[in-house]
Write a protein that binds this ligand. Structure first.
Ligand code: ATP
Length: 197
């Protein structure tokens, strides 16, 4: 079973691209959603996060993402501590999930991949890109954030040019029809590479 990491900056369209792979039958693990689900159902994570952030970390038994996002945004130490609690549990859950899949490869979508050297755990990587102005427009429309807020998030992420150098495949997501074609091409190349291997 080969693991393909799928990543991209905010608003690049990685979730959109992940859905296109899912539509052609590739099992897709959306790490952020799975982390969120684990934060809600794992009693250990809940206890540890309340220990780190205080009781405001949860609201009516549900993880308070807005509060946590604000707390970690400008505090790298807190972010690292939270990652140390959540990441190993997500990694274990992912490993278990992989054993339940029956295709030649699976996709793992994650906002942070190259930032933490996560490519080491992948056989191939796909980077989704789009021009910065388009990404900003998409996020403003989707999340009703201001341009300044989106720019601050972009500044916090690894520059796209650095990620392009590291990725096995790059999918430029501007026009959806072209994106669909690129997904099919990458899928074909992955199958060829896996079969030859
Ligand atoms: P984030 O890191 O913020 O979660 P993402 O990289 O997963 O973002 P998506 O959620 O897939 O990005 O896309 C961001 C927004 O842009 C969504 O509202 C999505 O519907 C829209 N979008 C994505 N790709 C396209 C496209 N090719 N054409 C038009 N709209 C698009």
């Amino acid at each position: 079973m080969k693991i393909v990491g799928l990543t991209g900056g905010i608003g690049s369209g990685k979730t959109t691209v992940a859905k296109l792979f899912a539509e052609i039958g590739i099992p897709t693990y959306i790490a952020d959603d799975e982390a969120k689900a684990l934060m809600n159902r794992s009693k250990t994570i809940k206890r540890e996060l309340i220990g780190l952030f205080g009781s405001e970390a949860y609201y009516n038994e549900t993880i308070n993402r807005t509060f946590i996002a604000q707390a970690i945004f400008s505090d790298k130490d807190l972010l690292n501590k939270m990652n140390a609690i959540v990441h190993p549990k997500v990694a274990n859950h992912f490993k278990q999930w992989v054993t339940e899949q029956e295709t030649v490869y699976v996709l793992k979508e994650t906002a942070i991949l190259f930032e933490h050297g996560g490519e080491k755990d992948c056989h191939f990587t796909i980077l989704v890109t789009a021009p910065e102005n388009i990404r900003i427009e998409r996020v403003i429309k989707r999340d009703s954030k201001t341009k300044e807020q989106v720019l601050a998030i972009i500044k916090n992420q690894l520059p796209e040019a650095d990620k392009i150098k590291k990725a096995t495949f790059v999918i430029e997501n501007i026009d959806l029809e072209s994106t669909k074609n690129q997904v099919l091409k990458v899928h074909k190349k992955l199958l060829q590479a896996i079969i030859i291997d």
